[in-house]
Design a protein around this ligand. Structure first.
Ligand code: IMP
Length: 198
């Protein structure tokens, strides 16, 4: 079992990380971590900033994700600003309300969107493993379902919103599920190479 610090304050993400990584023989630990300013202009840059800060703070390998929703009709917004889309102290419901209001005149066939998740893992020796996952869907006209978090109730895939999916069903197709699976694959390859070098 390999152990990593999970560099996030988002409890929903911690749950998803744990669920997805455990079967891959990777254990995620949470620790009290300082806030990191997400000053990057890409998901990958922000994921690195968070993982690097957590690794420096704990001296342990740390893994972070930066993720968000990109809507075609809004030229990729809210993108890296997904968490801050409706201001600093807004709720998921506020963000969904703003999104639906900005899309109110956009017809069904033009409501394409994707979730993106960039994973970055930083080791104390400075080594990095990066992986990215995407999930393509559309934005519903009204929220549906109580599952998941964030924009899940308005993200439609094959007739169901992510809010209506069972957690494991979401993991199988989600941006985070895909990115973490790719991360695990890269990590295991890296370990095999390390053993081969010794
Ligand atoms: P950050 O990665 O912590 O900067 O925040 C990403 C934001 O994007 C979250 O607060 C959510 O609003 C949104 N987001 C990221 N992943 C998901 C997801 O799996 N479902 C719904 N919303 C998500």
């Amino acid at each position: 079992m390999t152990t990593f610090v999970i560099a996030t304050h988002n409890r929903n993400k911690v749950k998803e990380f744990g669920r997805i990584l455990a079967p891959l023989n990777i254990e995620g630990k949470t620790m009290p971590l300082g806030e990191v300013e997400e000053t990057g202009t890409t998901f990958a840059e922000n994921a690195f900033l968070k993982a690097d800060a957590a690794c420096r703070q704990t001296g342990m390998p740390a893994v972070a994700d930066d993720s968000g929703l990109m809507v075609e009709a809004l030229n990729g917004a809210p993108g890296v600003y997904s968490a801050r889309y409706a201001g600093e102290n807004a709720t998921d419901a506020d963000r969904i309300k703003k999104l639906l209001s900005n899309l109110k005149d956009v017809p069904e066939e033009k409501r394409a969107a994707k979730f993106v998740c960039a994973i970055c893992c930083v080791f104390p020796d400075g080594k990095r493993i990066e992986a990215q996952g995407e999930c393509h869907g559309t934005i519903a006209f009204a929220p549906r379902g109580n599952g998941g978090f964030g924009y899940d109730p308005v993200f439609l895939l094959d007739g169901k919103t992510f809010g209506e999916l069972d957690p494991r069903e979401k993991d199988r197709v989600s941006h985070r599920g895909r990115a973490l699976a790719l991360f695990a694959e890269k990590l295991h390859k890296e370990k095999e190479n390390d053993h081969a070098d010794k």
